[in-house]
Design a protein around this ligand. Structure first.
Ligand code: AQP
Length: 333
């Protein structure tokens, strides 16, 4: 079966953006049955920016609980954390030597995250996309479900695979396809329709966290920034209205409808009608997940055992790929 790989960083609590852009679709691909699905808590990526050790541990467990609560079955999918599978960093080193500085310099996420003070960013943050390529290619994964923001990194993954194959005259690494689908591939901040919703945004009002209670969810949606006009009559009218579009996209993704279907129901309605409906829907969909996360977090040893077992299963796939890579490169074994 074709392999699916994707990861999420334990760099804070899960957001609605991570859930709709990534996790919910991971579940769909698991349930599709046509793929072998491999999902990773990318803790090594998280430390490209400073992480408090105790918080990192907790965030990794909470992320694992989030995966399971959202519907990932650790029997059907391989669920593990990156640092327990050393093949990622081993292959990552090879890819550091394949990727070019100029390619990395073009990555917009590096520019965003490093900000004005790029000289002070970690070397890991700069090289991150090469490790991401290794995460994917260690499994010869062909399909990678991600949000829109990861598109450029996936193109780089293809460039790395192609250059490796070319440089060593092999046809070894597959060219991966990003799977960027659905109404919510780019969930935006609730405070600013031009920025993506992010775990690390300093304003908690900008995002819905998967652990928010019903009151917090309702209040954040009620206070979400919008223009004063009612919703337009149809989807086309959402153009140029980033905040309105974002709320409609969120409604569509949470209710498994198309944007057109949502507009057929709410077109022309004021936000005073739409927002409470969106809040009810969000609470309905998210509360069971956060309750299950809280339940799973009561037994961290159980979570650690799941991650450990997943790591063993992941290594069974990644180790032979790394061995063959070393042979191709000419390393004496
Ligand atoms: N706002 C979003 N809309 C849709 N998809 C999103 N993703 C993230 N934010 C949105 C998708 O979630 C997956 C995991 O992302 P990540 O943890 O690797 O880090 P990120 O993309 O950098 O997400 P954050 O929340 O913004 O984290 P921080 O603040 O730590 O950088 C990816 O598939 C991503 O596309």
């Amino acid at each position: 079966a074709p392999r699916v790989f994707s990861g999420i960083q334990p760099s804070g609590g899960l957001t609605l953006g991570n859930y709709l852009g990534a996790m919910k679709r991971f579940v769909d691909m698991q349930e599709d049955g046509g793929y072998q699905t491999i999902y990773c808590m990318v803790d090594l990526h998280a430390i490209t920016v400073w992480q408090d050790p105790a918080k990192l541990t907790r965030a990794t467990r909470e992320l694992c609980a989030g995966f399971i609560a959202a519907g990932i079955d650790p029997e059907k999918s391989i669920l593990f954390n990156q640092s327990q599978v050393p093949e990622h960093t081993q292959l990552g080193w090879i890819f550091n030597c394949v990727a070019r500085m100029g390619w990395m310099k073009r990555m917009t996420q590096f520019k965003d995250k490093a900000g004005k003070n790029a000289e002070n960013a970690s070397l890991g943050l700069f090289g991150y996309p090469a490790l991401m390529a290794a995460d994917i290619l260690a499994y010869h994964a062909t399909h990678v479900p991600v949000g829109e923001d990861q598109k450029q990194h996936l193109e780089l993954t293809r460039d790395i695979a192609a250059k490796f194959n070319h440089d060593y005259s092999v046809d070894f690494f597959p060219l991966t396809e990003p799977v960027i689908e659905g109404a919510a591939t780019r969930v935006m901040s609730l405070r600013d329709g031009s920025r993506k919703m992010s775990k690390s945004d300093p304003s908690d009002m900008s995002r819905i966290n998967m652990t928010d209670d019903a009151d917090a969810i309702a209040s954040k949606i009620r206070k979400a920034r919008t223009d004063p006009e009612p919703l337009p009559g149809d989807a086309k009218g959402l153009e140029g209205r980033a905040e309105a579009r974002n709320l409609v996209n969120i409604y569509a993704a949470l209710s498994d409808q198309s944007v057109d279907q949502v507009m057929a129901e709410f077109g022309g309605q004021p936000f005073s009608v739409f927002k409470p409906r969106l809040a009810d829907l969000a609470v309905d969909k998210l509360s069971p997940i956060s309750a299950e996360m809280a339940r799973l977090m009561e037994d961290p040893a159980q979570i650690d055992a799941i991650l450990h077992r997943g790591s063993e299963r992941a290594r069974e796939i990644a180790a032979p790929v790394l061995k063959r890579t070393y042979e191709i490169v000419g390393m004496v074994r």
